[in-house]
Design a protein around this ligand. Sequence first.
Ligand SMILES: [Zn+2]
Ligand SMILES: [Zn+2]
Length: 139
Amino acid sequence: MKLDIARLADGKEVIFRESWDPIDYDLNVPGREHKSSLDVEAIVQRDSGIIKVKVLLRSLLCLTCSRCFKDFEQGLDKVLNFIYSVDLSEKKIELDDDIRGELILDYPQKILCKEDCKGMCPYCGADLNIEKCKCSYSV
Ligand SMILES: [Zn+2]
Ligand SMILES: [Zn+2]
């Protein structure tokens, strides 16, 4: 997302919108894939040499639980804040790398379908959320 800042008047809020294809932006990783485009909305405000950018990100994710290995959907709804200092000759700010970086840093270490997911029995493969294990591993 390129922000055209040349014509930004001081103090006035301007909104930029883009829709990112998760494939083009290489956002999908195993266990965490986007099921819809990533909607990016940047609310930009200039204060002479300072550009404040508030970014709203929305998408639908398909996640794989790291305990029971089931896929589930979860909405992504995220707010990022960036501050750039620019000189008067600068006409554009490129946001892509900053947004991608924040998104990737945000990947949780452990993805769980629910807080207390009981997971899958490592011996018989039973889903311990819905059934009692046949090999009584969970007892
Ligand atoms: Zn689970
Ligand atoms: Zn078992």
